[in-house]
Design a protein around this ligand. Structure first.
Ligand SMILES: Cc1cc2nc3c(=O)[nH]c(=O)nc-3n(C[C@H](O)[C@H](O)[C@H](O)COP(=O)(O)OP(=O)(O)OC[C@H]3O[C@@H](n4cnc5c(N)ncnc54)[C@H](O)[C@@H]3O)c2cc1C
Length: 462
């Protein structure tokens, strides 16, 4: 690579003000959200159109420059951070933020990849439609990043992850060629579904520049409740009871452990209406009037002889219940770092996973604190392990051992070590250990086919 001529050509292509080369300008793009990974970039390029991005990729191909796609940079596993060589080009997608089409009749919208998730939700709402992906990072993360990580969140139970929400994709391959498939088709049996290759690929196969996404009717009725239960199994019984009674109207089903409630009460970050070994935050949603959802929900609670339970009577009370869930990550952060696991097991295995992992960790690290909460309706738990006392960091010397204990149990029960946050740099060596070897070999063969020079987001898991 001739760095000087590459950067000159690139500046001419996208405009000098959209090519950042000074350390003070590039440094925010070179550190991840959790500040675990610090890299150094050759430069940060901010193309403004799809054609500029394609020309950029052709130029990088000609000069053999490695490319690190970056959306909102909210990855929690270092997936969008360049290495320390100073030879990788970060490509920020934030200027590709146009709305390309809204097809209300087809319930779809077509957006460029740099549109933030919050802007996409607002756009849908202006058209009286719902775009259901919802994450705490939605103000910053972008549609391209959501697709590349196959993001999930609070409403997967009803609407699915980005894999289910994407109908079409536009992708620039590492050699600069373009796959343009922005159709809004729900059925297409004309061969393999190529777009799925790029969803969840963490920018290692190509640059996503636009997508056609599914929209849904905007729910007008909601019923939200917090229920106390004694065990995760009792929580799971509730999941089945609610699914049987309400079907797809059950939109959210979150499990929250007692240590979570205790830390929120200790810090007074949200209102905790009662303390119980476990709590379930559930939400039903539908068309029509909320009043219609309440009687059957109350009837369900009465039939189960629920002792601890709060049903939100109005929007303010609903927000207060949601706040309890939303402050958890931040409240835990205030009490020091934790070793985080974003795991999933089949829903039916949640109770046994919680029992076995808790016992194994206690045996290995007596007194360690487990902060477990998450999207139990999807089998997905944020299973965070903290040191014996708030503020201590002693456990971090044993981080790999803690991970090994948790992941061994996850895989024994048919689970995964990455349910929604991806692999990035953080978990790549663990993937090697747990992923089916034939599946991993096939993924590598696909990478070799599309990116033989390994220039797309190198240093990550492929
Ligand atoms: C507070 C907080 C809460 C979160 N909650 C959730 C949650 O509930 N559910 C969940 O799934 N995730 C969650 N996340 C993780 C993160 O927000 C998601 O992974 C999000 O989808 C990443 O989007 P991004 O635009 O920030 O991508 P980035 O972090 O910029 O990039 C992520 C990966 O995608 C690649 N990439 C980005 N844009 C493109 C593109 N256009 N083309 C090709 N590759 C690209 C990058 O190279 C990288 O590999 C959370 C993160 C935070 C900080």
């Amino acid at each position: 690579m001739n760095t000087e001529s590459f950067l000159e050509e690139l500046a001419a292509l996208i405009g000098p003000s959209h090519l950042l080369t000074a350390d003070c300008d590039t440094s925010p793009y070179c550190v991840d959200w959790r500040q675990r990974y610090f890299g150094r970039a050759l430069a940060v390029a901010l193309p403004g159109t799809r054609d500029e991005a394609a020309a950029l990729m052709r130029l990088a191909h000609r000069h053999r420059v490695a490319v690190v796609p970056q959306g909102g940079n909210t990855s929690t596993c270092g997936a969008a951070t360049p290495d320390t060589s100073g030879r990788q080009l970060v490509v920020g997608l934030g200027r590709l933020n146009r709305v390309l089409a809204i097809d209300a009749g087809n319930d779809t919208m077509t957006l460029e990849a740099g549109v933030t998730l919050a802007a996409a939700q607002q756009l849908a709402a202006r058209h009286k439609r719902l775009f259901p992906l919802s994450l705490a990072s939605e103000g910053s993360c972008q549609i391209g990043g959501n697709l590349s990580t196959n993001a999930g969140g609070m409403a997967v139970l009803r609407y699915g992850t980005m894999r289910e929400l994407a109908l079409g994709l536009e992708v620039i391959l590492p050699d600069g060629s373009l796959i343009e498939d922005l159709s809004g088709l729900r059925k297409d049996t004309s061969g393999l579904d190529i777009k799925q290759l790029f969803i969840g690929a963490e920018g290692q196969l190509g640059l996503i520049t636009a997508a056609t996404l599914r929209l849904f009717p905007m729910p007008t009725a909601r019923a939200t409740a917090l229920i106390g239960v004694d065990t995760p199994q009792e929580g799971l019984d509730w999941l089945h009871r609610l699914r049987d009674r309400f079907g797809d109207r059950l939109t959210t089903f979150e499990l929250i452990s007692l240590p979570c409630l205790e830390l929120v009460r200790r810090q007074n970050t949200a209102r905790v209406p009662f303390m119980s070994p476990w709590a379930i935050l559930l939400e039903l949603s539908d068309g029509g009037d909320s009043a219609a959802l309440y009687p059957p929900l109350l009837e369900c609670l009465a039939q189960a002889h629920t002792v601890d339970g709060v049903v939100a009577k109005n929007e303010a009370e609903r927000e207060a219940l949601w706040a309890l869930r939303e402050v958890l990550s931040d409240s835990q952060k205030r009490e020091g770092p934790s070793i985080k696991h974003d795991i999933a097991v089949p829903c039916s295995a949640i109770p046994v996973f919680i029992d076995e992992a808790g016992a194994a960790l206690e045996a290995a690290f007596p007194g360690c604190r487990i902060i477990a909460f998450g999207h139990a309706g999807d089998g997905n738990l944020h299973y965070n392990v903290s040191a014996t006392r708030p503020g201590n960091t002693d456990l971090f010397d044993d981080e790999e051992r803690v991970n090994g204990i948790v992941y061994d149990i996850v895989y024994r029960h048919g689970g995964t070590l990455a349910a929604e946050h991806g692999i990035g740099q953080l978990k790549r060596h663990w993937l090697e250990r747990y992923k089916d070897p034939a599946a991993l070999a096939l993924m590598r063969a696909i990478k070799q086919l599309l990116d033989p020079e390994r220039r797309m987001n190198p240093g990550k898991w492929l």
